[in-house]
Design a protein around this ligand. Structure first.
Ligand SMILES: [Zn+2]
Length: 176
């Protein structure tokens, strides 16, 4: 099932920390189905990452596939549940966008390398490292679980400009 992706300024869930996935939810068909639906929603939107708050579900759960957008590439599905960033190294600056803020892309500085500890759908804890685009995806998606959007990393001036443009689109009924 493809969910509707929530847009910035239409739903405050995007700016609130999400709740951890609780113990009884692990290793259930409901959690596996939610993960499948999140991948389906992400691929349908040509994204490389999607966090549960973006489909109006306040859970610390995100799906990532940095190959997902590329035709003919092998999928590299990553599911992070209740993730924590355990290390960050170096710096990269590159354009970033968000399925909840479509049409806007801005340069954002992030760590070049990161390592994350998370749980899988079975509830098993694992650690995974990422560099470059994958590190950016990890940090962008984990930010979502803390109610932080990529525009929060921009200057107040740039952020306000984007906000004003979105408010205009909202008034015109072009932001739903
Ligand atoms: Zn995003």
């Amino acid at each position: 099932m493809v969910y509707k992706v929530v847009r910035y300024l239409n739903n405050p869930i995007l700016e609130r920390p999400a709740a951890p996935v609780a113990e009884p939810e692990f290793n259930t068909p409901a959690l596996s189905q939610l993960v499948e639906d999140m991948f389906e929603t992400m691929y349908a939107s040509h994204g490389i990452g999607l966090a549960a708050p973006q489909i109006d579900i306040s859970k610390r759960l995100t799906v990532i596939d940095v190959a997902g957008a590329e035709e003919g590439q092998e999928p590299q599905r990553i599911v992070l549940i209740n993730p924590e960033v355990i290390s960050k190294d170096g710096k990269q600056t590159g354009e970033e966008g968000c399925l909840s803020i479509p049409g806007f892309r801005e340069p954002v500085s992030r760590a070049k390398k990161t390592a994350v500890r998370a749980r899988n759908v079975k509830g098993e804890t694992f650690e995974i490292g990422g560099e470059d685009l994958l590190a950016r995806a990890f940090l962008h998606e984990i930010d979502h679980l803390n109610g932080i959007l990529f525009i929060n990393h921009l200057s107040a001036l740039k952020r306000d400009l984007i906000k004003r443009k979105i408010k205009k689109l909202q008034k015109a009924g072009e932001w739903e």
